[in-house]
Design a binder for this molecule. Structure first.
Ligand SMILES: Cc1cc2nc3c(=O)[nH]c(=O)nc-3n(C[C@H](O)[C@H](O)[C@H](O)COP(=O)(O)OP(=O)(O)OC[C@H]3O[C@@H](n4cnc5c(N)ncnc54)[C@H](O)[C@@H]3O)c2cc1C
Length: 301
């Protein structure tokens, strides 16, 4: 279970006592507020607080454009215009604060996104729980033969069982020693800040993570993408589901221009123009490298 009974009771109590507010609220996000969405085997994300909605983005944009926005038909059109032209600061007017429980090796990737505020569970101060991420059998896969940074064939049968057994027994053994080192049954014991160092990277940690919508979109663009590792991608997808309900217009624009769109280089535009004029263009006369050409063909055929 991702949350203890006490934590679940706290969430229900908080949801049972709504307070009136004059601030902007988003009905879609109110439905998510405080609730945990399970991710992986013991992890979760939950929205602890948020600020702003689609209207807040429009309101901020109209400060900068003033009467100039009159030609924009409606809020949706303005939001799509902002997204299309990388006018990002209005999106920074919205903020979200998440409580996330995640394996340490996922946290290592996540923390690289520097444009957020983070407060993490202290394993100097507290004792970590015996909770490890153990991949579901369908996610246990061999090294990819085409992508150095990815996985390929799914393990099955005896090989899958062998690997799972090692993951489980190593994690439990390390935790047993962690507990034994902390122990003060007749011995001095080791400080928590030192004993934690033998714990494996699949142990769970928790943090509060606050970020504005512009930088959250950047995070989602990179981590909800199919090139991101599965274990962080599922967190990004769970967050994306909340964002879709929070700011539906901004999310739709993001999906269209960022997740669904592609960036074209000058060389790619030139090749497309030549192709549209009926010319047959290959990699050698495209001016692109082999890698670039392969990626170009993946989109354009
Ligand atoms: C598929 C994938 C594979 C990756 N592989 C590796 C890897 O092998 N090794 C590795 O080390 N990392 C790797 N990364 C991490 C990646 O290089 C970035 O560190 C990470 O995605 C965070 O991106 P960011 O810096 O744009 O985000 P943020 O830190 O949120 O920054 C957002 C933007 O703010 C600006 N910014 C923030 N801080 C600064 C600064 N100090 N100076 C200048 N501009 C700044 C930049 O424009 C930046 O794009 C990988 C990421 C992905 C998605």
């Amino acid at each position: 279970m991702p949350l203890s009974p006490d934590q679940l009771a706290e969430i229900e109590a908080a949801r049972a006592n709504p307070l009136p507010t004059l601030r902007a609220t988003s009905p879609g996000m109110e439905a998510h507020l405080y609730r945990a969405h399970q991710v992986l085997d013991h992890g979760f994300i939950r929205v602890v607080d948020y600020m702003g909605d689609d209207a807040a983005i429009v309101q901020a944009a109209r400060v900068s454009y003033g009467a100039g926005t009159k030609h924009v038909q409606n809020d949706e059109g303005l939001i799509r215009y902002l997204m299309r032209h990388w006018h990002s600061t209005p999106f920074e007017m919205c903020e979200i604060k998440l409580h996330v429980k995640l394996p340490v090796f996922v946290a290592r990737q996540w923390i690289r996104h520097r444009t957020a505020n983070v407060n993490e569970y202290s394993a100097r101060y507290s004792i970590l729980d015996r909770e490890f991420y153990i991949p579901a059998p369908e996610h246990l896969a061999a090294q990819s033969v085409v992508n150095n940074q990815g996985r390929g064939e799914v393990l099955t049968g005896a090989e899958s069982a062998r690997v799972l057994e090692m993951l489980k027994s190593d994690a439990n053994r390390a935790y047993d020693h962690y507990e034994a080192m902390l122990s003060q049954n007749g011995q001095l014991g080791l400080a928590r800040e030192l004993a934690r160092m033998n714990l494996p990277a699949n142990i769970y940690t928790q943090w509060y993570w606050k970020v504005d919508l512009h930088n959250l979109f950047h995070f989602l663009r990179l981590r909800a993408d199919e090139h991101a590792q599965y274990e962080i991608r599922v967190y990004a997808q769970a967050i994306a589901d909340c964002v879709r309900d929070w700011v539906p217009l901004a999310y739709a624009a993001f999906e269209d221009y960022r997740m669904g769109g592609v960036t074209l280089s000058g060389k790619a535009i030139a090749v497309l123009k030549r192709r549209l004029a009926g010319e047959v263009v290959g990699q050698v006369d495209s001016g692109m490298s082999k890698g670039e050409w392969r990626e170009f063909l993946e989109v354009w055929g």
